[in-house]
Write a protein that binds this ligand. Structure first.
Ligand code: ZN
Length: 314
């Protein structure tokens, strides 16, 4: 692994910024990186990104493949005329945007991997991070929104479209009058636990909330319910929780994870018999990403490597 892998291009396409990298893996194997504001002009942004890759390729040698881990929803069906597009996003300027097409035209013949940002992050954590050696695990990001990617038997979860783990319905905790902040569902997981939901509940940004603010208690209790649902439905061996909310402002990341694990155990109530869900196994069942905030861009590198392997018949 690592330096034995070829140099590829990587794009973590986020709703706020595109993080681009050239390299073969995380850390020292990432030779160059740059950020571009996503903005509302995709054609212009893709020209800037392509120009950056062309410049880096002159320095580091030609790219062997490109991987794109994108915000969504995206079209992942290779037989679809809109494969490689961001489809129904409410983000201004980006609805129906072809992301893969401009890369194909700029780098003819180069293998291009394309998947959701969270499937990419899952792949990256599986290869280099907190899920190394596991064939069945989930990566969720809890930030401005909530999304999840999963690996089952070593393969990314795809299907009708791709998982939308952030939007399943949630129970109402006793005494909770908050109606949720998801524009589509109100009280789905994202509507209760994403950053904007915390701020809407508390009436101010999460960073300003004291450690004893009830919003943290609601957050971690609802996280317990959500992770219990994922555990029941997909039977992962580990759940990695990335995204900005896990840092939990003045409450702190360690306390966020301790409370979330405790509430998860309370919701499961001993029903699934596994040491992974008991003390101390639970501490390794729900974990932060080892690649930290680089999980997404490293995932895009992993998508590029997989696209290259597929093109070579691997
Ligand atoms: Zn929703």
């Amino acid at each position: 692994m690592g330096t034995a892998n070829p140099i590829v291009g990587a794009i973590e396409a986020g709703g706020t910024k595109f993080v681009c990298a050239v390299g073969s893996g995380p850390g020292r194997d990432m030779r160059a990186r740059a950020q571009f504001a996503t903005g509302d002009d995709p054609a212009r942004l893709m020209r800037e990104v392509i120009a950056w890759f062309e410049g880096e390729a002159r320095t580091h040698g030609p790219l062997a493949a490109i991987g794109v881990a994108s915000f969504g929803p995206v079209d992942l069906d290779p037989r679809s005329p809109t494969y490689g597009f961001i489809t129904t996003t409410p983000k201004r300027g980006w609805r129906g945007t072809d992301v893969v097409g401009p890369l194909r035209r700029a780098f003819p013949g180069l293998p291009i991997g394309f998947d959701t940002d969270v499937n990419g992050a899952a792949l990256g954590e599986g290869r280099w991070g907190a899920a190394r050696g596991l064939d069945d695990f989930i990566y969720v990001t809890v930030g401005t929104g909530i999304g999840g990617g999963g690996v089952a038997r070593g393969k990314l979860l795809h299907g009708l479209v791709h998982p939308e783990m952030g939007h399943f319905p949630m129970p109402v905790l006793d005494g909770d009058a908050f109606r949720g902040s998801c524009a589509i569902h109100g009280r789905c997981w994202e509507g209760l636990c994403a950053g904007p939901a915390i701020a809407a509940r508390a009436g101010r940004p999460a960073e300003e909330l004291a450690p004893d603010d009830p919003a943290w208690d609601y957050l971690t209790r609802y996280m317990g319910h959500a992770l219990a649902t994922l555990t029941y439905v997909l039977s992962p061996r580990r759940i990695i929780v990335g995204g900005s909310v896990r840092k939990a402002g003045q409450l702190g990341e360690a306390e966020f994870f301790a409370r979330t694990r405790r509430h998860l155990r309370a919701v499961l109530n001993g029903y699934i018999a596994s040491p992974a869900l008991e003390e101390p196994g639970i501490d390794r069942f729900v974990v932060p990403p080892e690649l930290g905030d680089d999980a997404g861009v490293c995932g895009a590198i992993a998508l590029a490597h997989d696209a290259l392997a597929a093109a070579r018949g691997g």
